[in-house]
Ligand binder design. Sequence first.
Ligand SMILES: *[C@@H]1O[C@H](CO)[C@@H](O)[C@H](O)[C@H]1NC(C)=O
Ligand SMILES: *[C@@H]1O[C@H](CO)[C@@H](O)[C@H](O)[C@H]1NC(C)=O
Ligand SMILES: *[C@@H]1O[C@H](CO)[C@@H](O)[C@H](O)[C@H]1NC(C)=O
Ligand SMILES: *[C@@H]1O[C@H](CO)[C@@H](O)[C@H](O)[C@H]1NC(C)=O
Ligand SMILES: *[C@@H]1O[C@H](CO)[C@@H](O)[C@H](O)[C@H]1NC(C)=O
Ligand SMILES: *[C@@H]1O[C@H](CO)[C@@H](O)[C@H](O)[C@H]1NC(C)=O
Ligand SMILES: *[C@@H]1O[C@H](CO)[C@@H](O)[C@H](O)[C@H]1NC(C)=O
Length: 443
Amino acid sequence: MYSALISVALCGVQVAKSHGIQLRLQESSRPYVLQQNWGAYAPYFPLDEYVSPPTSCEINQVNILQRHGARYPTAGPAASIASAVSKLQSVASFQDQSLDFIHDFTFNLGTNDLVLFGAAQSLASGAEAYNRYGSLVSEDNIPFVRASSSDRVVKSATNWTYGFSAASSLRFNPVLSVILDESANDTLHDTCNNIGNSDNQTETWIDIYTPPIVKRLNDAAPGANITSDDVFSLMTLCAFESVATEAVSDWCGLFDEGEWKSFEYEMDLDKYYGNGYGQPLGPVEGVGYINELIARLTSTPVNDSTQTNSTLDSSSITFPLNRKIYADFSHDNQLIAIFSAMGLFKQPRALDPTNSNSGGANRSWVTSQLVPFSGRMVVERLACRESHREANEAYIRILVNNAVQDLDFCSGATSDGLCRLDKFVESQSFATSGGDGEWQKCF
Ligand SMILES: *[C@@H]1O[C@H](CO)[C@@H](O)[C@H](O)[C@H]1NC(C)=O
Ligand SMILES: *[C@@H]1O[C@H](CO)[C@@H](O)[C@H](O)[C@H]1NC(C)=O
Ligand SMILES: *[C@@H]1O[C@H](CO)[C@@H](O)[C@H](O)[C@H]1NC(C)=O
Ligand SMILES: *[C@@H]1O[C@H](CO)[C@@H](O)[C@H](O)[C@H]1NC(C)=O
Ligand SMILES: *[C@@H]1O[C@H](CO)[C@@H](O)[C@H](O)[C@H]1NC(C)=O
Ligand SMILES: *[C@@H]1O[C@H](CO)[C@@H](O)[C@H](O)[C@H]1NC(C)=O
Ligand SMILES: *[C@@H]1O[C@H](CO)[C@@H](O)[C@H](O)[C@H]1NC(C)=O
C-alpha cells in the first residue's frame, strides 16, 4: 500500500508536469500559453523559479495557503454551458467545418468536484512542500493542516498530505486536522452576506469583446442564436474539458489568442470587483485569516473579532502555535480577499471595465497568476543574522505561485522581498483593527 502511495504521488508530479507540456500550444519570444489565459480556471503554473532566501537567513516557519486543485464547473455555469452547447447542436449543418466536432460532442462533465488532475496537482504540491521545506519537519513537528469544508477543498488537502508523506518516504505523515464549516464564519471561505458582485464590470467587458465572436459563431451556425454570455460559457468549456480530460479540448480552437486574452481580462475584472480591491466588502473577508497568520508568526494567541471561530482558535489541539509548517486549503475568492486585505497586488488604478490595456504592460492583477487551480501563497518566517546585533532578527518573505513578492506595503522591505516581522505586523492594521468596522457592514 505504501509503495502504491508513493507511485501515486510521483505520478501526480508527472501528470502535473506533462500536463503543462501537453497543453503548450506555441512558443515565441513572448510565449503565449493557452491555459495561462484561463483566469481562475487556469491550472497552477509557477511564475518563477524558487529563489532561496539570503544565506544570512534561515527559514523557521512556513505558512501555506492554497486553493483547491482543478475542478468541474459549478452547477450554475454547467447549466449555462449545456444550454450554449445545445443551441449549437440544434443546427443541422454548419457553414464552417471547424464546428463539425460539435455534432459528435457530448457534454458530460461532472459538477463541483475535484478532477483527477486537480488531485494530482495537490499531491504534487504536497511533495514539493516536503522537498523544499522538509528540513523543518521532525517526528514531533509535522505540518498542521486545515481545510474549508467543501468536498473539493477537503480532498485537495488530503491529497496534499499524501504527497507530503510519499515524498518523505512515509517518515512524516501529516493529516487533515481541522475542517472549517462553510455554513458558519470561516477564515478559509468568504462569508460576508452583504458583499456586492462584479456583474456590472464583467458584463460591460463581455459586451465589448464578444460581439465579433457572437457574429462569427452565428454565421457559422445559422439559427443557433448564440449570445455574448454563451460565448463566455463556451470559452469556459474549453478550460473545464481540458482539465477534466488532460488534453486540449476541441472547443479551445474556436477562439484565437487575442480572444483568450480578453477572456482572461473578464476573469481579472471578476476577481478585482468581486472580492478584491474593487469590492467595498471584499478585503474584509480576509481579515480573520491574517489575524491567524499573525498569531502563528508571532506565537501569540489569535486576537480577532471577525471570521475566526474562537473555540477552535483558542485550543492548542485545533490551533497549535508551535508548528513549523502550516497548510490551509481554501477557495479562489478567499485567497483574493486575503491578498487584498494584506496589501498584495495593489494596483495604481482600478481596473477599467472598458479597456483591458488601461493598466499598462505591468499590471500585476492577472487572475490566472493570482488564483489558478492549486494556486498558493507561502509566507516564510526567517531568522536573519545582522552584523550589528547579537540576536537574530525575525523577518518574513511572501511567495505567490513561487514568485517572491516585493512587500511595498511593509516599511523597510528589501529588494529581495524580506521585511521585518514586527513591521509586517504593523502594516496589517486593517486586519488587526478587525477590518476598520467593515465586517459589521456584512450583516
Ligand atoms: C484525492 O482526490 C481524489 C479526487 O477527488 C479522491 O478520489 C481521492 O480520495 C483523494 N485522495 C486522498 C488521499 O485524499
Ligand atoms: C458571522 O458573524 C457575524 C457577526 O460577526 C454574525 O452576524 C453572522 O450571523 C455570522 N454568520 C454565520 C453564518 O454564522
Ligand atoms: C456600472 O458601472 C458604471 C461605471 O462605473 C456606472 O456608471 C453604472 O452606474 C453602473 N451600473 C450599475 C447598474 O451599477
Ligand atoms: C433562434 O431564434 C429564432 C427566432 O426567435 C427561433 O425560431 C429559433 O428556435 C431559435 N433557435 C434556437 C436554437 O434557440
Ligand atoms: C466553532 O467550531 C465548532 C467546531 O467545529 C462548532 O461546533 C461551533 O459551532 C463553531 N462556532 C461558531 C460560532 O460557528
Ligand atoms: C514595466 O516593468 C519593467 C521591468 O520591471 C520596467 O522596466 C518598466 O519601466 C515598467 N513599465 C511601466 C510602464 O511601468
Ligand atoms: C485585540 O485587538 C483589538 C482591536 O481589534 C485591540 O483593541 C486589543 O488591544 C487587542 N488585544 C490584544 C491582547 O492585543
